[in-house]
Design a protein around this ligand. Structure first.
Ligand SMILES: C[S@@+](CC[C@H](N)C(=O)[O-])C[C@H]1O[C@@H](n2cnc3c(N)ncnc32)[C@H](O)[C@@H]1O
Length: 879
């Protein structure tokens, strides 16, 4: 017989370090290989957990309870095989012993032995050792939740091997001290290069012996006992991983059936909306709280292996809304969730463990065809991602199932699909954002904001609040008709919507209230920023700027697709293995975007070379690479047929900051923009340009000043806003987020985004324009998402700025572009490089009191970089 294959040999070596002799290990390994059909990954998973478990079981069933009782010397005494076993017991005390109890069955003596072994082992090592925190289960491959166990997001999914190994290995007596995970990456990486200790050294399978192991699932889940048998005749949905590789958690009741299975049944002919619908909704409709309760009940039932069966045919009297039935002679429980209009969802499980999820779509059956399920799931997935942005804490699979039902109904019903065009779709972004982790995007929202009223009563549809003239555009959606009801304009329910229609009203444009929001002159951010931003006017009698809501972070308006899903951040887009301050260590994955070097210095300044490149791009765009879209979303949004050719977009340099999926701390030097404004700014009234912003501090070159914050819109929304704008006065401050447009094919409208700070914005909305030599430059910064459709636009100083100096940036306006939907203002920037050649030296400007700058004939250029358009129509006499 030749030597064992390398993976088997490795497994044996690892087991040896745990104190198991090859004699113990070999047969078990063979057995597992047979059971898992030589799938080594399953055996190696979580540090050979399954193998360890099985060996212990075999030993226990032999009545050994101790790996060495057979006399095998599997390790030198000094290598303390026994404590290794004991540690294993101790760590698994709750999980292993309980799972074994469950397997062995009540009253089984071996189970009792396990208990006592575990109990013994709890005492000895701990009393011998210093008071060391009980190590998590990571050394045997499990996942120990808890704050100390590592990654903030994964709750300890990843741990530095060096720390947990040292923490655990008490063999030498020198490693008793726990190693803080809060070591710098440099330290951690250095220790990674040292040979890892004992058994777990190569468990990651990483050829480089990487420092970290990724643990795929909690320990309990990884306790695979054996392949459950799939009963003949059981329906297995292809591609369902659960069915293909069934797993059973040890401490759950033994069930021979495969679970769960979702069965989507075609609608029953006897269930339709029609005349019956009103009755049906009265008798069977559950409130959402009832349905969630019902769902919970169903879940509980499943979890306990209790029965339930669901079938839409419950309407025939076979079962009740939530009742018991004895179909097939089994006790079964049924839970139905009935939507008033289009769907019923029924979840059931039998006492054999079979779970059925049955969805009934009440549709016009004549026009219904069962759509391809893959297409349905894709549609559901897209909707969820779009609607929920970040999945809210109360996200439930029931919602997904309802969405699924809706999609099946829509896709399956041709006549309805056609009607969809006439239906304004529900866009729950704001609602879900408010509930979700993205709520902080709305942190700037005042209590009385129209958001609350917009969302408080969906059945009433959108509520628009008329804005006073000073605030400009009402943004009424074309597809809705409004009538006056008291002071408000409220939508009339569209008459032609069938009862099956998808609900209903579009969020209106975010409109400001009748009441002008009070500006707090001591802090216009009303406490939203880390610093106060005062407002002064020593020049004119104008006390306040036009009304707007101060928000410290962007908010998504409506159709823009902004996805902060952590799942989309791959390893290459974060540094989960970092600790402390990334700048203090060798550059991590987050520096990849900036050529392998961080863009910031340890003083939080943008490095000179990087900054100069960005400045040059702004000042001399013709010298830099430009992308030309095949079909430019900006031109497309203008609705010209055919759309005009793309005018080009600068290929921008991005900064990528560390974020939530990174292991570093909040004070990491690669987190500048996300920390918000730190310098003292003041909004003041300028002589020439209305309100402006100045710094009260001296700012060195490369300092972060503020971000341009506003509503995230699609270009079409922006265009609609612009063309709908009427009135004597309006301000629009849109900025295109076009830094990556041309690099992709044809962008969807929802991906071609811009920021509008007209109604919701931060202090940046007051920063005035200066041609060419502005003291601020905008740099795109990726924070939450590697997706370049959405990024932060951050302002950094282009040079040292003195206290009380006005802050300006170059809007990139083409003062000659008379076709542009937004007319350029008369530039009063005062720069000797001013591009606005045509302005009159003496023109008197109402409102903003512009003065004339000298015209020195600097050659005009137009940076379409961000396609920034800034306007103050109505405040200027001549445009
Ligand atoms: C982003 S806002 C800046 C804040 C604005 N000054 C205010 O009072 O609200 C842009 C508007 O400011 C004015 N503005 C900015 N830069 C200007 C400049 N260089 N010359 C003249 N007006 C300017 C224009 O009216 C423009 O539409």
């Amino acid at each position: 017989m030749g030597p064992p294959p390398p993976r088997a040999q490795k497994a044996m070596n690892v087991m040896k370090d745990f104190g198991f002799s090859p004699r113990d290990v070999k047969p078990v390994l063979k057995e597992l290989m047979r059971v898992y059909e030589n799938n080594w990954e399953l055996i190696e998973e979580n540090g050979y957990q399954v193998l360890i478990d099985r060996i212990l079981e075999v030993q226990d069933s032999k009545g050994l309870g101790d790996g060495n009782q057979d006399g095998t010397v599997c390790n030198e005494p000094d290598n303390e095989p026994e404590p290794a076993r004991k540690r294993l017991r101790k760590q698994d005390e709750t999980q292993i012993s309980s799972s074994m109890l469950a397997l062995d069955g009540p009253g089984d003596s071996s189970a009792e032995k396990h208990k006592s072994v575990a109990g013994d082992s709890l005492e000895t090592p701990i009393t011998k050792r210093k008071q060391v925190p009980v190590p998590p289960l990571m050394d045997v491959g499990g996942k120990e939740p808890g704050p100390a166990s590592g990654h903030p997001f994964t709750g300890g999914e990843m741990l530095p091997q060096s720390s947990h190994l040292e923490d655990r290995d008490t063999g030498s007596g020198e490693r008793d001290e726990p190693v803080s995970p809060l070591v710098t990456r440099r330290q951690t990486r250095a220790s990674a290069r040292a040979p890892p200790i004992s058994s777990v050294q190569d468990m990651s399978g990483s050829p480089s012996g990487t420092t970290y192991r990724r643990l795929k699932r909690p320990l309990n889940e990884s306790r695979i006992e054996k392949q459950p048998k799939i009963k003949p005749g059981t329906e297995v949905i292809p591609g369902n991983g659960l069915a293909a590789v069934p797993r059973r958690i040890k401490d759950e009741p033994v069930i021979d059936e495969v679970l769960p299975i979702a069965i989507i049944r075609p609608p029953q002919p006897d269930i339709n909306v029609g005349e019956d619908e009103g009755h049906q909704s009265q008798t069977t409709q559950t409130t959402s709280s009832e349905s969630s309760k019902a769902t919970q009940n169903a879940d509980n039932g499943n979890g306990n292996g209790k029965a339930s069966l669901a079938n839409p045919s419950c309407k025939k009297g076979k079962t009740s809304e939530k009742g018991k039935t004895s179909e097939k002679g089994k006790t079964s429980e049924l839970v139905s969730v009935h939507e008033p209009s289009s769907s019923n969802i029924t979840i059931a499980s039998s006492d054999t463990g079979e779970v059925n999820i049955s969805i009934t779509c009440n549709s016009d059956l004549q026009n219904f065809h069962m759509p391809n399920l893959d297409a349905v799931f894709k549609m559901v997935e897209e909707r969820c991602l779009r609607s929920y942005k970040i999945l809210p804490p109360d996200f439930s699979i029931m919602k997904v199932m309802k969405e699924t039902c809706q999609c099946i109904w829509e896709m399956g019903s041709e006549s309805n699909a056609n009607k969809q065009e006439n239906i304004v779709k529900l866009t729950p972004e704001l609602e879900s954002l408010k509930k979700s982790g993205a709520r902080n995007m709305l942190d700037g929202m005042p209590e009385h904001s129209s958001f609350d009223s917009l969302n408080s009563d969906k059945t009433e549809g959108s509520k628009l609040v008329q804005r006073n003239d000073h605030c400009g555009n009402l943004g009424v959606n074309d597809s809705l008709k409004y009538e006056r009801r008291g002071k408000r304009k409220e939508p009339l329910a569209p008459k032609d919507l069938s009862s099956n229609s998808l609900v209903v009203f579009q969020q209106p444009q975010v409109a400001l209230g009748d009441v002008r929001p009070p500006h707090d002159v001591s802090d216009i951010s009303r406490g939203e920023e880390r610093v106060r931003i005062s407002l002064v006017n020593d020049v004119s009698s104008e006390k306040y700027p036009s009304c707007f809501y101060y928000i410290p972070r962007n908010i998504v308006y409506q159709s823009a697709y902004v996805n902060f899903s952590l799942a989309r951040i791959g390893d290459e887009d974060c540094c989960s293995d970092c600790y402390g301050d990334c700048l203090a260590a060798i550059p991590c994955a987050c520096a990849r975007e900036t050529g392998g070097e961080f863009a910031y210095t340890s003083d939080s300044l943008v490095k000179d070379a990087f900054l100069d490149e960005c400045i040059s791009m702004n000042r001399e765009p013709q010298k830099h690479q430009q992308y030309y879209c095949k079909v430019c979303p900006l031109e497309r949004s203008k609705k010209d047929i055919p759309p005009a050719p793309c005018k080009g977009h600068l290929v921008r340099k991005f900064i990528k900051e560390c974020w939530s999926k990174c292991g570093c701390n909040k004070q990491c030097g690669n987190r500048v923009v996300q920390r918000g404004i730190t310098c003292n700014l003041q909004v003041f009234f300028t002589q020439e340009k209305g309100w402006g912003v100045r710094t009260l501090d001296e700012l060195p070159k490369g300092s972060f000043v503020c971000e341009y914050v506003g509503e995230v819109l699609t270009n079409t929304e922006l265009y609609n806003r612009t063309v709908q704008s009427t009135g004597n006065a309006k301000h629009t401050y849109p900025v295109l987020l076009d830094a990556d447009w041309g690099s992709e094919g044809v962008l969807k409208d929802e991906d071609a985004l811009c920021l509008d700070a007209t109604f919701y914005g931060n202090v940046a909305r007051f920063v005035n324009h200066r041609c060419f030599d502005s003291n601020l430059v905008e740099i795109p910064v990726e924070v939450e998402t590697p997706d370049r459709h959405y990024y932060h636009l951050a302002f950094f100083t282009t040079r040292k700025v003195e206290p009380f100096e006005e802050l300006t940036w170059d809007y990139g306006i083409d003062f000659d572009d008379h076709d542009h939907p937004i007319k350029a203002f008369k530039c009063r920037c005062g720069s000797k490089f001013c591009r606005d050649m045509k302005r009159s030296r003496q023109s008197e400007v109402k409102g903003c009191g512009h003065e004339v700058s000298e015209q020195l004939g600097f050659p005009k250029h137009f940076s379409s970089s961000f396609g920034t358009f800034v306007d103050c129509i109505g405040m200027y006499a001549v445009l």
